[in-house]
Design a protein around this ligand. Structure first.
Ligand SMILES: Cc1cc2nc3c(=O)[nH]c(=O)nc-3n(C[C@H](O)[C@H](O)[C@H](O)COP(=O)(O)OP(=O)(O)OC[C@H]3O[C@@H](n4cnc5c(N)ncnc54)[C@H](O)[C@@H]3O)c2cc1C
Length: 391
């Protein structure tokens, strides 16, 4: 374990976890934005803030492979990723801005994000019939005007939008919904006229600061300087962001699932039934062993995907396989942990029900499992049909 991993582990377990447990992982109940600022100033004092951030802006510039154990330690507490500023969507936005932002955009948007001065949001999904599983259904339009662009549309499930300093908004700049066409990403300070926060969509999870919001954009003017990267490059940049962002979600949720598993195994070694410890009863052992297998397999897939990303590959197949497997495997780990703890498993006493609650949406965001399977299968059909007959 590197010194950074050890320091992150100590900080998260000693300083963050007690707050998370006291509030059952409910970030608003625990203090919301004030809590974020307090935890991040503690992390800053320990030199643990934004370890993935670019070096020129004060981060450590960790590779994907080096991030994995650090982010997993952060994920051990539901508030841990927020505390060290590696939470979604900021972490993915830092990655994207670092890759494609101009020098001026790095100063204006990336620097305050890395230092924790601002939070951000990433706005892609729309209510039906707009973009969801299928990004090509994108309806939000950006039309070129003198000196910039006018954006109109509606977005839903935009994590962290309430209280964000700025948004990255994906809008159509060519073609018709239902075809790939062209899309562009825009940087929008949250206070810009025409952006309305319509509501928080109530969801089962409670640990994400700023909620999951529905927003409307009405004739929002964005100057040319706030086009992120190139015009019409939006779908391309979405891939630049999504592959790594999916993997960092896997890292963080592995930490949470590991905690649920540890708690459940401890319960099983202490609780006695039918003349034995639960941990000595065959079917309970199966739950424990299957958790170990799912956690180990998730980490192995993650290592391979991170190695490919670090080698500069797009790693679409590896990240899709890892995301789909991990989202389901980690949900299984959380669910088995609930089961092993019996009635207490669904209570607020051990921290397993809250982890199961927070993990469930991961099978839907960053691409639902079915969409990843669809894309993995299409790729396999393409690859193997190109090989011709097997005889
Ligand atoms: C907690 C949470 C946070 C989120 N945060 C953000 C955010 O910050 N920014 C953002 O832009 N979006 C965000 N989202 C939205 C998320 O990315 C979408 O929910 C996801 O892409 C699915 O889109 P949809 O909800 O429109 O489902 P739909 O597109 O309506 O799909 C519904 C279901 O159809 C099935 N399906 C879809 N395609 C296929 C296929 N090819 N084959 C078989 N079955 C299929 C799947 O089971 C899928 O779950 C978030 C969602 C949640 C739940």
């Amino acid at each position: 374990m590197t010194a950074l991993v050890v320091a992150t582990r100590t900080f998260i377990r000693e300083q963050v976890l007690p707050i998370d447990d006291a509030y059952d992982g409910d970030v608003d109940a625990a203090g919301g934005e004030q809590l974020r600022l307090r935890l991040q100033s503690m992390a800053r004092a320990e030199k643990l803030l934004a370890p993935h951030g670019p070096v020129d802006l004060g981060g450590l510039g960790l590779t994907m492979s080096d991030r994995a154990p650090v982010f997993e330690e952060a994920g051990y507490s539901l508030f841990g990723p927020m505390a060290i500023n590696v939470n979604a969507p900021d972490e993915g936005n830092i990655h994207l801005l670092d890759r494609v932002g101009s020098a001026a955009q790095r100063e204006r948007y990336l620097r305050p994000l890395v230092t924790g001065t601002w939070r951000s949001a990433f706005a892609m999904t729309e209510p039906a019939p707009g973009a969801g599983s299928d990004p090509e259904a994108l309806l939000t339009q950006a039309v070129k005007v003198d000196g910039g662009w006018l954006i109109n549309g509606r977005k839903r499930f935009i994590t962290g939008a309430d209280g964000a300093g700025f948004l990255i908004v994906m809008a159509r700049t060519g073609g018709e919904p239902g075809s790939a066409g062209r899309a562009t990403m825009f940087l929008l300070p949250a206070t810009v006229p025409g952006v309305t926060l319509e509501r928080h969509v109530g969801t089962i999870d409670r640990s994400m600061l700023g909620g999951h919001c529905e927003l409307t954009f009405t004739n929002v003017f964005v100057p040319d300087d706030d086009v992120l990267g190139g015009v019409d490059e939006g779908f391309n940049y979405a891939q630049v962001r999504l592959g790594p962002a999916r993997m960092t979600h896997v890292m963080r949720w592995t930490g949470a699932a590991q905690r649920a598993h540890e708690v459940a195994v401890r319960y099983a070694t202490e609780r006695r039934a039918f003349g034995a410890r639960l941990a000595d009863l065959g079917m309970a052992q199966q739950l424990i062993a299957d958790n170990e297998i799912d956690l180990a397999a998730t980490r192995a897939l993650l290592r391979e995907a991170c190695a490919q990303l670090d080698a500069g590959e797009r790693a679409s197949k590896a990240t899709s396989i890892t995301k789909a497997f991990a989202a389901e495997a980690l949900n299984r780990v959380a669910d088995r942990s609930v089961q092993l703890c019996g009635g207490l498993g669904v209570s607020r006493d051990p921290p397993v029900a809250k982890i199961a609650r927070e993990l469930r949406p991961f099978r839907i965001y960053d691409g639902p499992s079915e969409v990843h399977r669809w894309s993995i299968a299409r790729r396999a059909a393409r690859e193997y049909s190109a090989l011709g007959s097997t005889r």
